[in-house]
Write a new protein. Structure first.
Length: 424
């Protein structure tokens, strides 16, 4: 039985594995290294600054700058890096810091009858683990507007479904959204020869400004400090104090999660986006049907209540991700349903060291953002998460029912707690 099985080999999974390996845990990591990043269109760039895009290892030896040096490249502030370069960095990090990486995907994590967990790989093989860290990234949680759900994949996709976008040359494509994914997807489509429009509920497009110099004097730094989430004191609180964020009232956390760091395009994208000349703001899709000639008819409602129709060949929904446990299909129903939740979106409750309410099941990345704040939506949050999560794993393994005294046991159900309380 392994001490820890990590499900996922993106920035969070690899960072957790590096810390776990350094502490000598019996470890197994499942997943295709940086799969989501490798699948992105080659014309995309990192929105985050290079110094805010490090994966985490205990000694800080394998940062993005260290990898860049091996390639003869300088990772400079204010100079965006291609996503392909970042994906290659993750591959290099895995080779340096992560042992026992298994490229198979995991299809199921279930409670083991004897305690701990049973983890099933895509080929049906199972392994047992005392603890599990779920670091599955964002893809399981993609969001498509309600009227477009269930329509054929040939007409409706999510922005995360796409690698290269050259297959849309000559087609009419509608991109839904106003964030970086929407704006960059639209810009690349225009560059590839598609006729593209943006349709967004927002009444304006927001653009990040050119980041100020890292070293700019004490007064300017004090007024608007740099953080991994952008300049400003509010961003600094989100970036530096996720543990304090977790202690805020649940309603406050939910409000901040829904509103902080709203949709905006990177400063370097603005000129490229100029090729997109059909931008429709203050509009939402209220209905969608496939026409007789296999196109899409979109019923659109404007913010002033008026309606309209858009006909298009394809819709790409760049509408983000929702961290709902109901979308975490890798968890067996009895395990998923046994977790405490927070907020209207049904995200899991996460404890002080990233342990869920089910002893031994740890969570990382987007699923923890409603508990720990906006930084968990970005690579930057891996640095805060990895060491603390592994500390939680080590504590769990030392507790009765952990590695020192048998397998981790499941929490009791409500009925079992009542029975225990009333039985002499």
């Amino acid at each position: 039985m392994h001490d820890l099985v990590i499900v996922g080999a993106g920035p969070y999974g690899l960072s957790i594995a590096a810390h776990a390996a350094a502490h000598g845990l019996d470890l197994k990591t499942f997943g295709r290294t940086m799969e989501c990043w490798h699948a992105m269109p080659s014309g995309m760039f990192l929105k985050s600054e290079p110094w805010a895009s490090h994966l985490s290892d205990p000694r800080g030896e394998y940062g993005l700058d260290a990898y860049a040096a091996t390639r003869g490249v300088t990772a400079e502030h204010g100079h965006p890096l291609p996503v392909g370069f970042f994906a290659a960095y993750g591959d290099w990090f895995a080779r340096q810091a992560v042992p026992a990486l298994d490229p198979r995907l995991v299809t199921r994590v279930a409670p083991d009858p004897d305690g701990g967990f049973t983890v099933t790989a895509e080929d049906g093989e199972t392994v047992r683990a005392r603890t599990v860290a779920l670091a599955v990234g964002v893809l399981p949680f993609l969001e498509i507007p309600g009227p477009l759900r269930g329509l054929p994949r040939r007409q409706v996709t999510h922005s995360s479904h796409h690698g290269e976008l050259d297959g849309f040359a000559g087609q009419d494509v509608t991109v839904i959204g106003a964030g970086q994914a929407a704006l960059e997807t639209a810009a690349i489509l225009a560059e590839q020869g598609a006729s593209v429009r943006i349709l967004a509920r927002s009444d304006r497009l927001n653009w990040n400004t050119v980041p100020p110099a890292l070293h700019r004097g004490a007064w300017r730094t004090l007024r608007a400090p740099h953080t991994g989430l952008g300049c400003g004191w509010q961003n600094k609180l989100y970036a530096d104090t996720p543990g304090i964020f977790r202690r805020l009232p649940a309603t406050t956390r939910e409000r901040i999660f829904d509103s902080a760091l709203g949709p905006a395009g990177a400063w370097w994208l603005r000129e490229r986006f100029g090729k997109v000349d059909d931008v429709r703001l203050g509009q939402r899709v209220s209905g969608a049907t496939v026409t007789a000639d296999d196109r899409l008819r979109l019923d659109v409602t404007c913010s002033d209540g008026t309606t309209g129709v858009v006909e298009t060949d394809h819709v790409i929904a760049a509408t983000g991700f929702v961290p709902s446990l109901d979308r975490a299909d890798v968890l067996a129903p009895e395990l998923r349903d046994g977790l405490r939740r927070v907020g209207a979106g049904g995200a899991p409750e996460v404890g002080g060291l990233f342990e869920s309410s089910w002893p031994g099941l740890f969570l990382a990345g987007l699923l923890t953002a409603p508990s720990y704040g906006p930084s968990m939506r970005f690579v930057f949050g891996a640095g805060y998460t990895a060491g603390r999560l592994v500390k939680g794993v080590r504590q769990r393994l030392r507790t009765p029912g952990g590695a020192g005294g048998g397998a981790v046991t499941r929490p009791r159900t409500g009925e079992e707690r009542v029975t225990a309380a009333t039985t002499p």
